[in-house]
Design a protein around this ligand. Structure first.
Ligand code: AQP
Length: 341
């Protein structure tokens, strides 16, 4: 009997996946098509932890009241896209102090030289030349702490975050080698390819929620009329033909958006709008975006009215996240040589 118990097959542990979004503005169609749209499937398939990364958001100056509002809006959005707070851990990063604590420790295991090579720091410090703060510089170390605290096996990464995941892996390997195995080494998760959505006003720049020009992005909560108007005024070219090609960055971007919303290929889209000009095409793209975002917007409106529920989700999420994160932090503190409380 005893032997039978010992040999009984154990259910395979689901891999843990971690993903975060900053409440640095209202999420855009880019955040949605590039990341959020896939998160529900990830939450179903893996042991998911999803955070509203408010600590990261203050690397760029934020208005306090707006940051508070946006943090709850993003949490409501995570629920609106269908993430289940009973299944996945949904939390607000600053509610789990272990993130800031581990980030400090990992800062002391990260070299200035390796951080200086981060291209996002170079881009962001150029965009915010009046506020090149140390937090902006050490942002990837906080991101490493976010990932390593949860012993995440997988992290979904877009092209712009690849370098940061590499740093997290380097820091984890360094710590594990110096002491003993402590952190799981995270792998990039290359899932269903999300679209890289570009600014509607400058298709060479990615669509960003903190872009000062509201015409450059579509917010996931924009009303249908606003979406249609923004797509109508998207920058294109004067060639007038809908096809995917060199020098057609504006049209390529709209084709990418339309493909993502309808599941059509570029060839099918080119055939559909053959000889019709950009006006008809832009209307179709606008309508497809409205339909894509409609269920999210409706769910979100319903959830945002229930602040008590959102606070409850945040509190339970922080408790579950802390249980995992504190275990890792204690291990690290012990290895480094701190006297445990
Ligand atoms: N334009 C985009 N196209 C596709 N994916 C995108 N993501 C962001 N913009 C696009 C993906 O969205 C996820 C969450 O991003 P984030 O909020 O953590 O940070 P970010 O990449 O810096 O997004 P923003 O909108 O550009 O924010 P700000 O303006 O504050 O810097 C990530 O998976 C990201 O790849």
């Amino acid at each position: 009997m005893d032997n039978e118990k010992k040999t009984a097959p154990q259910p395979e542990r689901k891999k843990r996946i971690l993903s975060c979004i900053q409440p640095s503005g209202i999420p855009t169609l880019g955040n949605y098509l590039g990341a959020l749209k896939n998160w529900k499937t990830l939450g179903d398939e893996f042991d998911g932890a999803f955070a509203v990364a408010d600590l990261h958001a203050i690397t760029v100056r934020q208005e306090p009241a707006k940051l508070r509002e946006q943090t709850l809006q993003v949490l409501a959005l995570l629920l609106a896209i269908g993430l289940d707070p009973e299944k996945s851990i949904l939390f607000i990063q600053s509610h789990v102090p272990a993130h800031a604590q581990l980030a400090w420790i990992l800062n002391c295991y990260t070299q200035f030289g390796e951080m200086s090579r981060m291209t996002q720091f170079k881009d962001k410090s150029a965009a915010h030349a009046d506020n090149v703060n140390v937090g902006l510089f050490s942002y990837p170390v906080l991101m490493a702490a976010d990932i390593l605290l949860y012993q995440a096996d997988l992290v979904p990464v877009g092209a712009d975050q690849k370098q940061h995941l590499e740093i997290a892996r380097d820091i984890a390997n360094r710590f594990n080698t110096l002491y003993s195995p402590t952190f799981t080494i995270p792998e990039p998760y290359i899932g269903k390819q999300g679209a890289r959505v570009m600014s509607l006003q400058n298709p060479l720049k990615k669509m960003s929620k903190s872009d000062p020009n509201p015409k450059s992005f579509i917010s996931v909560f924009d009303e249908p009329a606003v979406i249609l108007k923004k797509i109508k005024s998207a920058v294109t070219d004067c060639d007038g033909k809908v096809f995917y090609g060199d020098g057609k960055d504006g049209i390529n971007n709209l084709m990418g958006i339309y493909a993502c919303c309808t599941g059509k290929t570029y060839d099918e889209i080119a055939a559909e709008f053959d000889g019709q000009g950009y006006g008809v095409f832009k209307t179709a793209v606008g309508e497809a975006v409205v339909e894509e975002l409609r269920p999210v917007r409706e769910q979100y409106a319903h959830l945002l009215n229930d602040k008590a529920y959102l606070k409850e989700v945040a509190a339970k999420g922080a408790e579950r996240a802390s249980r995992v994160a504190d275990r890792t932090l204690q291990k690290v503190m012990k290895k480094v040589g701190f006297v445990l409380p």
